[in-house]
Design a protein around this ligand. Structure first.
Ligand SMILES: [Zn+2]
Ligand SMILES: [Zn+2]
Length: 413
Protein backbone atom coordinates (compact mmCIF):
# COMPACT_ATOMS: atom_id res chain seq x y z
CA UNK A 1 0.00 0.00 0.00
CA UNK A 2 1.09 3.55 -0.68
CA UNK A 3 -0.01 6.61 1.28
CA UNK A 4 0.27 10.15 -0.01
CA UNK A 5 -0.47 12.96 2.46
CA UNK A 6 -2.10 15.85 0.60
CA UNK A 7 -3.17 17.92 3.62
CA UNK A 8 -3.85 18.00 7.39
CA UNK A 9 -0.16 17.21 7.68
CA UNK A 10 1.19 18.95 10.81
CA UNK A 11 -1.83 21.27 10.68
CA UNK A 12 -5.58 21.31 11.30
CA UNK A 13 -7.50 21.74 8.04
CA UNK A 14 -7.56 20.62 4.36
CA UNK A 15 -7.60 16.90 5.15
CA UNK A 16 -6.72 14.67 2.21
CA UNK A 17 -4.95 11.31 1.98
CA UNK A 18 -4.52 9.26 -1.17
CA UNK A 19 -4.30 5.53 -0.59
CA UNK A 20 -3.10 3.23 -3.34
CA UNK A 21 -3.87 -0.39 -2.59
CA UNK A 22 -4.33 -1.66 -6.12
CA UNK A 23 -7.31 0.72 -6.25
CA UNK A 24 -6.75 4.43 -5.72
CA UNK A 25 -8.86 5.69 -2.82
CA UNK A 26 -9.01 9.30 -1.66
CA UNK A 27 -9.84 9.80 2.03
CA UNK A 28 -11.43 13.25 2.58
CA UNK A 29 -10.62 16.37 0.58
CA UNK A 30 -11.25 19.52 2.63
CA UNK A 31 -10.27 23.15 2.91
CA UNK A 32 -8.36 25.08 5.55
CA UNK A 33 -10.39 28.05 6.69
CA UNK A 34 -9.01 31.14 8.36
CA UNK A 35 -7.77 34.47 7.02
CA UNK A 36 -7.36 33.00 3.53
CA UNK A 37 -8.73 29.62 2.40
CA UNK A 38 -6.07 26.98 1.67
CA UNK A 39 -6.56 23.81 -0.36
CA UNK A 40 -5.06 20.32 -0.19
CA UNK A 41 -2.34 19.36 -2.68
CA UNK A 42 -3.58 18.24 -6.07
CA UNK A 43 -3.10 14.59 -7.00
CA UNK A 44 -2.14 13.11 -10.32
CA UNK A 45 -4.14 10.48 -12.15
CA UNK A 46 -7.53 8.91 -11.74
CA UNK A 47 -9.39 7.79 -8.62
CA UNK A 48 -11.38 4.63 -8.01
CA UNK A 49 -13.20 5.83 -4.91
CA UNK A 50 -13.64 8.79 -2.63
CA UNK A 51 -14.49 8.27 1.05
CA UNK A 52 -15.84 11.20 3.07
CA UNK A 53 -15.45 10.79 6.86
CA UNK A 54 -17.81 13.60 7.89
CA UNK A 55 -19.44 16.85 6.81
CA UNK A 56 -17.07 19.45 8.30
CA UNK A 57 -15.53 21.64 5.60
CA UNK A 58 -11.96 20.81 6.61
CA UNK A 59 -12.79 17.28 5.34
CA UNK A 60 -15.43 17.90 2.66
CA UNK A 61 -14.96 21.46 1.40
CA UNK A 62 -12.90 20.75 -1.72
CA UNK A 63 -14.52 17.40 -2.64
CA UNK A 64 -16.57 18.78 -5.57
CA UNK A 65 -13.31 19.74 -7.34
CA UNK A 66 -12.61 16.01 -7.79
CA UNK A 67 -15.58 15.84 -10.14
CA UNK A 68 -14.10 18.26 -12.68
CA UNK A 69 -12.89 15.47 -14.90
CA UNK A 70 -14.21 12.24 -13.45
CA UNK A 71 -17.15 10.48 -11.89
CA UNK A 72 -15.79 8.86 -8.78
CA UNK A 73 -18.17 7.09 -6.40
CA UNK A 74 -18.36 8.95 -3.08
CA UNK A 75 -18.88 6.67 -0.08
CA UNK A 76 -20.30 8.16 3.09
CA UNK A 77 -23.27 8.07 5.45
CA UNK A 78 -26.66 9.65 4.60
CA UNK A 79 -26.38 12.54 7.09
CA UNK A 80 -22.84 13.31 5.89
CA UNK A 81 -24.04 13.79 2.33
CA UNK A 82 -26.93 16.10 3.33
CA UNK A 83 -24.88 18.07 5.85
CA UNK A 84 -21.80 18.44 3.65
CA UNK A 85 -23.97 19.72 0.78
CA UNK A 86 -25.40 22.34 3.13
CA UNK A 87 -21.98 23.42 4.39
CA UNK A 88 -20.30 23.42 0.96
CA UNK A 89 -23.17 25.42 -0.56
CA UNK A 90 -22.75 28.01 2.19
CA UNK A 91 -18.96 28.08 1.76
CA UNK A 92 -19.43 28.87 -1.95
CA UNK A 93 -21.57 31.89 -1.06
CA UNK A 94 -18.94 33.12 1.41
CA UNK A 95 -16.08 32.55 -1.07
CA UNK A 96 -17.92 34.58 -3.74
CA UNK A 97 -18.47 37.43 -1.28
CA UNK A 98 -14.90 37.43 0.01
CA UNK A 99 -12.81 36.46 -2.97
CA UNK A 100 -15.18 37.34 -5.78
CA UNK A 101 -15.25 33.80 -7.17
CA UNK A 102 -15.92 30.23 -6.06
CA UNK A 103 -13.00 27.73 -5.82
CA UNK A 104 -14.84 25.39 -8.23
CA UNK A 105 -17.85 25.62 -10.54
CA UNK A 106 -21.07 25.31 -8.50
CA UNK A 107 -22.44 22.53 -10.76
CA UNK A 108 -19.62 20.30 -9.48
CA UNK A 109 -21.41 20.23 -6.14
CA UNK A 110 -24.37 18.60 -7.93
CA UNK A 111 -22.00 16.08 -9.59
CA UNK A 112 -20.54 15.28 -6.16
CA UNK A 113 -24.05 14.72 -4.74
CA UNK A 114 -24.95 12.39 -7.62
CA UNK A 115 -21.83 10.30 -7.09
CA UNK A 116 -22.94 9.47 -3.55
CA UNK A 117 -23.22 5.84 -2.43
CA UNK A 118 -24.67 5.58 1.09
CA UNK A 119 -23.07 3.24 3.60
CA UNK A 120 -24.50 2.43 7.01
CA UNK A 121 -22.20 1.90 9.99
CA UNK A 122 -20.65 -1.56 10.19
CA UNK A 123 -21.83 -2.60 6.73
CA UNK A 124 -18.71 -3.79 4.87
CA UNK A 125 -18.67 -2.82 1.19
CA UNK A 126 -16.46 -4.57 -1.38
CA UNK A 127 -14.52 -1.93 -3.34
CA UNK A 128 -12.81 -4.72 -5.28
CA UNK A 129 -12.48 -8.49 -4.97
CA UNK A 130 -9.94 -8.17 -2.15
CA UNK A 131 -10.58 -4.64 -0.82
CA UNK A 132 -13.31 -3.94 1.72
CA UNK A 133 -14.48 -0.58 3.05
CA UNK A 134 -16.27 -0.31 6.40
CA UNK A 135 -17.48 2.81 8.22
CA UNK A 136 -18.01 2.91 12.00
CA UNK A 137 -19.54 5.60 14.23
CA UNK A 138 -16.87 8.20 15.14
CA UNK A 139 -18.98 9.97 17.81
CA UNK A 140 -17.84 13.39 16.51
CA UNK A 141 -20.89 14.87 14.69
CA UNK A 142 -24.00 13.21 13.19
CA UNK A 143 -22.93 10.86 10.41
CA UNK A 144 -19.21 11.03 11.24
CA UNK A 145 -17.25 7.87 10.55
CA UNK A 146 -14.04 6.04 11.32
CA UNK A 147 -12.95 4.50 7.99
CA UNK A 148 -11.54 0.99 7.82
CA UNK A 149 -10.03 -0.36 4.62
CA UNK A 150 -8.99 -3.98 4.43
CA UNK A 151 -6.57 -4.60 1.57
CA UNK A 152 -3.44 -6.65 0.91
CA UNK A 153 -4.20 -8.59 4.13
CA UNK A 154 -3.82 -5.41 6.15
CA UNK A 155 -6.33 -3.36 8.05
CA UNK A 156 -5.88 0.39 7.59
CA UNK A 157 -7.88 2.62 9.93
CA UNK A 158 -8.39 6.34 9.34
CA UNK A 159 -10.03 7.90 12.39
CA UNK A 160 -11.24 11.11 10.72
CA UNK A 161 -12.29 13.31 13.66
CA UNK A 162 -13.57 11.28 16.59
CA UNK A 163 -14.59 11.39 20.24
CA UNK A 164 -14.66 8.48 22.67
CA UNK A 165 -16.54 10.20 25.48
CA UNK A 166 -20.32 10.01 25.47
CA UNK A 167 -22.23 13.29 25.05
CA UNK A 168 -25.94 14.15 24.92
CA UNK A 169 -25.77 13.77 21.15
CA UNK A 170 -23.51 10.76 20.65
CA UNK A 171 -22.57 7.51 22.35
CA UNK A 172 -18.89 7.95 21.52
CA UNK A 173 -16.79 6.29 18.84
CA UNK A 174 -17.72 2.68 18.20
CA UNK A 175 -14.32 1.31 17.29
CA UNK A 176 -12.07 -0.97 19.28
CA UNK A 177 -10.55 -3.30 16.70
CA UNK A 178 -6.94 -4.09 15.96
CA UNK A 179 -5.42 -2.07 13.14
CA UNK A 180 -2.22 -2.64 11.17
CA UNK A 181 -1.90 0.93 10.01
CA UNK A 182 -3.51 3.79 11.91
CA UNK A 183 -4.03 7.32 10.63
CA UNK A 184 -5.11 9.24 13.71
CA UNK A 185 -6.33 12.81 14.21
CA UNK A 186 -4.19 14.64 16.80
CA UNK A 187 -6.10 17.90 17.34
CA UNK A 188 -5.88 17.72 21.14
CA UNK A 189 -2.83 15.49 21.54
CA UNK A 190 -1.41 17.77 24.23
CA UNK A 191 -4.36 18.23 26.55
CA UNK A 192 -7.51 16.68 27.93
CA UNK A 193 -10.96 18.25 27.98
CA UNK A 194 -12.87 18.61 31.25
CA UNK A 195 -15.50 15.86 31.66
CA UNK A 196 -18.78 16.69 29.87
CA UNK A 197 -20.82 16.35 33.08
CA UNK A 198 -18.70 18.99 34.81
CA UNK A 199 -19.07 21.34 31.83
CA UNK A 200 -22.83 20.86 31.85
CA UNK A 201 -22.94 21.83 35.54
CA UNK A 202 -20.96 25.00 34.81
CA UNK A 203 -23.18 25.77 31.85
CA UNK A 204 -26.28 25.48 34.01
CA UNK A 205 -24.80 27.94 36.50
CA UNK A 206 -23.77 30.46 33.81
CA UNK A 207 -27.24 30.38 32.25
CA UNK A 208 -29.01 30.75 35.61
CA UNK A 209 -26.88 33.75 36.63
CA UNK A 210 -27.32 35.55 33.31
CA UNK A 211 -31.07 35.03 33.10
CA UNK A 212 -31.49 36.21 36.71
CA UNK A 213 -29.62 39.41 35.84
CA UNK A 214 -32.08 39.95 32.99
CA UNK A 215 -29.64 39.23 30.15
CA UNK A 216 -29.51 36.98 27.12
CA UNK A 217 -27.24 34.00 26.79
CA UNK A 218 -25.84 33.87 23.25
CA UNK A 219 -24.32 30.62 22.02
CA UNK A 220 -22.51 31.24 18.73
CA UNK A 221 -22.66 27.55 17.79
CA UNK A 222 -21.50 25.33 14.95
CA UNK A 223 -24.56 24.51 12.87
CA UNK A 224 -23.80 20.78 12.84
CA UNK A 225 -23.43 18.96 16.14
CA UNK A 226 -23.06 21.67 18.75
CA UNK A 227 -26.40 23.36 17.97
CA UNK A 228 -28.23 20.03 18.40
CA UNK A 229 -26.35 19.19 21.60
CA UNK A 230 -27.29 22.58 23.09
CA UNK A 231 -30.94 22.15 22.03
CA UNK A 232 -31.04 18.79 23.82
CA UNK A 233 -29.45 20.26 26.95
CA UNK A 234 -31.68 23.33 27.35
CA UNK A 235 -34.92 21.78 28.70
CA UNK A 236 -32.84 20.19 31.47
CA UNK A 237 -30.31 22.95 32.21
CA UNK A 238 -32.75 25.85 31.92
CA UNK A 239 -36.30 24.55 32.40
CA UNK A 240 -38.92 27.12 31.50
CA UNK A 241 -36.42 29.50 29.85
CA UNK A 242 -37.15 30.80 26.37
CA UNK A 243 -34.85 29.28 23.76
CA UNK A 244 -34.38 30.62 20.23
CA UNK A 245 -32.58 28.91 17.36
CA UNK A 246 -31.46 30.82 14.28
CA UNK A 247 -29.36 30.71 11.12
CA UNK A 248 -27.91 27.56 9.57
CA UNK A 249 -28.23 25.93 13.00
CA UNK A 250 -31.93 25.56 12.11
CA UNK A 251 -31.41 23.89 8.73
CA UNK A 252 -28.72 21.59 10.08
CA UNK A 253 -30.97 20.57 13.00
CA UNK A 254 -33.76 19.67 10.61
CA UNK A 255 -31.38 17.49 8.59
CA UNK A 256 -30.06 15.76 11.72
CA UNK A 257 -33.65 15.11 12.86
CA UNK A 258 -34.31 13.42 9.50
CA UNK A 259 -31.77 10.70 10.37
CA UNK A 260 -32.73 9.79 13.94
CA UNK A 261 -30.61 6.64 14.06
CA UNK A 262 -27.43 8.76 13.86
CA UNK A 263 -27.97 10.45 17.25
CA UNK A 264 -28.00 8.82 20.66
CA UNK A 265 -31.49 9.89 21.71
CA UNK A 266 -33.80 11.11 18.92
CA UNK A 267 -36.60 11.77 21.43
CA UNK A 268 -34.39 14.12 23.41
CA UNK A 269 -33.56 15.96 20.18
CA UNK A 270 -37.24 16.26 19.26
CA UNK A 271 -38.00 17.54 22.76
CA UNK A 272 -35.20 20.13 22.47
CA UNK A 273 -36.49 21.21 19.05
CA UNK A 274 -40.03 21.65 20.38
CA UNK A 275 -38.72 23.63 23.34
CA UNK A 276 -37.17 26.26 21.02
CA UNK A 277 -38.63 29.02 18.89
CA UNK A 278 -37.42 28.82 15.29
CA UNK A 279 -36.33 32.31 14.28
CA UNK A 280 -36.89 33.30 10.67
CA UNK A 281 -37.68 37.01 10.73
CA UNK A 282 -36.13 40.22 11.99
CA UNK A 283 -39.20 40.74 14.22
CA UNK A 284 -38.48 37.41 15.92
CA UNK A 285 -34.84 38.43 16.42
CA UNK A 286 -35.96 41.62 18.14
CA UNK A 287 -38.30 39.59 20.31
CA UNK A 288 -35.50 37.19 21.23
CA UNK A 289 -33.39 40.14 22.41
CA UNK A 290 -36.23 41.93 24.21
CA UNK A 291 -36.31 39.72 27.30
CA UNK A 292 -34.07 37.24 29.16
CA UNK A 293 -33.58 34.08 27.13
CA UNK A 294 -31.20 31.76 25.34
CA UNK A 295 -30.13 32.18 21.71
CA UNK A 296 -28.41 29.38 19.79
CA UNK A 297 -27.15 30.53 16.42
CA UNK A 298 -24.54 29.95 13.76
CA UNK A 299 -21.88 30.90 12.85
CA UNK A 300 -19.84 29.19 15.54
CA UNK A 301 -16.74 31.25 14.85
CA UNK A 302 -18.72 34.50 14.46
CA UNK A 303 -17.53 34.96 10.90
CA UNK A 304 -21.10 35.77 9.83
CA UNK A 305 -24.62 34.47 10.31
CA UNK A 306 -27.20 35.84 12.73
CA UNK A 307 -24.91 35.12 15.71
CA UNK A 308 -22.86 38.15 14.72
CA UNK A 309 -25.84 40.50 14.52
CA UNK A 310 -27.15 39.28 17.90
CA UNK A 311 -23.72 39.83 19.45
CA UNK A 312 -23.66 43.48 18.42
CA UNK A 313 -27.08 44.08 19.98
CA UNK A 314 -26.72 42.33 23.35
CA UNK A 315 -27.20 44.35 26.55
CA UNK A 316 -24.39 44.51 29.14
CA UNK A 317 -26.11 42.02 31.47
CA UNK A 318 -25.90 39.36 28.77
CA UNK A 319 -23.24 36.72 28.21
CA UNK A 320 -21.61 35.17 25.15
CA UNK A 321 -20.67 31.52 25.66
CA UNK A 322 -18.23 29.96 23.19
CA UNK A 323 -18.19 26.17 23.28
CA UNK A 324 -16.10 25.09 20.31
CA UNK A 325 -12.79 25.27 18.51
CA UNK A 326 -11.74 28.79 17.43
CA UNK A 327 -9.58 28.89 14.32
CA UNK A 328 -6.89 31.57 14.34
CA UNK A 329 -7.84 34.94 12.81
CA UNK A 330 -11.57 34.34 13.23
CA UNK A 331 -13.87 36.61 15.25
CA UNK A 332 -14.37 33.93 17.90
CA UNK A 333 -10.62 33.88 18.58
CA UNK A 334 -10.40 37.70 18.50
CA UNK A 335 -13.32 37.96 20.91
CA UNK A 336 -11.79 35.53 23.37
CA UNK A 337 -8.27 36.97 23.24
CA UNK A 338 -8.87 40.69 22.71
CA UNK A 339 -12.58 41.26 23.36
CA UNK A 340 -12.88 42.60 19.83
CA UNK A 341 -14.50 41.58 16.58
CA UNK A 342 -13.84 42.69 13.04
CA UNK A 343 -16.53 43.16 10.40
CA UNK A 344 -15.71 44.47 6.90
CA UNK A 345 -12.34 45.69 8.14
CA UNK A 346 -13.83 47.65 11.05
CA UNK A 347 -12.78 46.61 14.57
CA UNK A 348 -15.34 46.90 17.37
CA UNK A 349 -14.73 46.48 21.11
CA UNK A 350 -17.18 44.13 22.79
CA UNK A 351 -18.23 44.89 26.37
CA UNK A 352 -20.52 41.88 26.89
CA UNK A 353 -18.79 39.24 29.09
CA UNK A 354 -17.45 36.21 27.22
CA UNK A 355 -17.04 32.72 28.61
CA UNK A 356 -15.35 29.70 27.02
CA UNK A 357 -16.49 26.20 27.91
CA UNK A 358 -14.40 23.50 26.29
CA UNK A 359 -17.22 21.23 25.04
CA UNK A 360 -15.05 19.75 22.33
CA UNK A 361 -16.32 17.19 19.82
CA UNK A 362 -12.79 15.76 19.60
CA UNK A 363 -10.91 13.19 21.64
CA UNK A 364 -8.56 14.66 24.25
CA UNK A 365 -5.04 13.36 24.86
CA UNK A 366 -6.01 10.42 27.10
CA UNK A 367 -8.63 9.21 24.63
CA UNK A 368 -6.22 9.48 21.68
CA UNK A 369 -3.74 7.31 23.56
CA UNK A 370 -6.53 4.93 24.57
CA UNK A 371 -7.53 4.57 20.91
CA UNK A 372 -3.93 3.87 19.88
CA UNK A 373 -3.57 1.22 22.58
CA UNK A 374 -6.79 -0.53 21.54
CA UNK A 375 -5.80 -0.52 17.87
CA UNK A 376 -2.21 -1.55 18.71
CA UNK A 377 -0.99 -0.83 15.17
CA UNK A 378 2.32 -1.62 13.51
CA UNK A 379 2.52 1.89 12.08
CA UNK A 380 0.90 5.14 13.16
CA UNK A 381 0.57 8.39 11.22
CA UNK A 382 -0.34 11.41 13.36
CA UNK A 383 -2.26 13.97 11.31
CA UNK A 384 -4.81 16.80 11.79
CA UNK A 385 -3.01 18.62 14.62
CA UNK A 386 -0.68 21.51 15.36
CA UNK A 387 1.62 19.27 17.37
CA UNK A 388 1.69 16.09 15.32
CA UNK A 389 5.49 15.77 15.55
CA UNK A 390 5.49 15.95 19.33
CA UNK A 391 2.66 13.41 19.56
CA UNK A 392 4.43 11.01 17.16
CA UNK A 393 7.61 11.30 19.23
CA UNK A 394 5.66 10.53 22.41
CA UNK A 395 4.06 7.48 20.79
CA UNK A 396 7.54 6.29 19.71
CA UNK A 397 8.55 6.65 23.37
CA UNK A 398 5.70 4.26 24.24
CA UNK A 399 7.11 1.66 21.86
CA UNK A 400 5.03 2.38 18.75
CA UNK A 401 6.32 3.17 15.27
CA UNK A 402 4.82 6.61 14.70
CA UNK A 403 5.28 9.34 12.11
CA UNK A 404 4.08 12.90 11.62
CA UNK A 405 4.22 13.22 7.83
CA UNK A 406 4.88 16.61 6.25
CA UNK A 407 2.58 17.70 3.44
CA UNK A 408 3.34 15.94 0.16
CA UNK A 409 5.13 13.01 1.84
CA UNK A 410 4.62 9.49 0.50
CA UNK A 411 4.97 6.26 2.46
CA UNK A 412 5.04 2.62 1.45
CA UNK A 413 3.32 0.59 4.18
ZN1 LIG B 1 -14.73 17.58 12.28
ZN1 LIG C 1 -11.40 18.08 11.20
Amino acid sequence: MKLHFLGAAREVGRSGILLDAGKRILLDYGVKLGGRTEYPMPFQGFLDAYVLSHAHLDHSGFAPSIYESANVPCFSTYPTLALSSLLIQDSLKIAKLREGHAPFAPFLLRKFEHAFIPLGYRKPFPLARDITLTLADAGHIPGSAVTEIYAEHKRLVYTGDFKLEETRLHRGADFAEKADILLIESTYSQRDHPPRKELERRLKEEIRETLELGGNVLFPAFAVGRSQELLILMPELAPGAEVFIDGMSRTATQIVADYPSYVKDANALRKGMKNAEWVETEAQRKKALSKPGIIISSAGMLEGGPALSYLLRLNERSKIILTGYQIESTNARRLLEKKQIEVDGITTDIKTPVEYLDMSAHAGRSDLIEFVKRANPEKIFCIHGDECEKFAEELCGMGFEAYAPAIGKMFEV
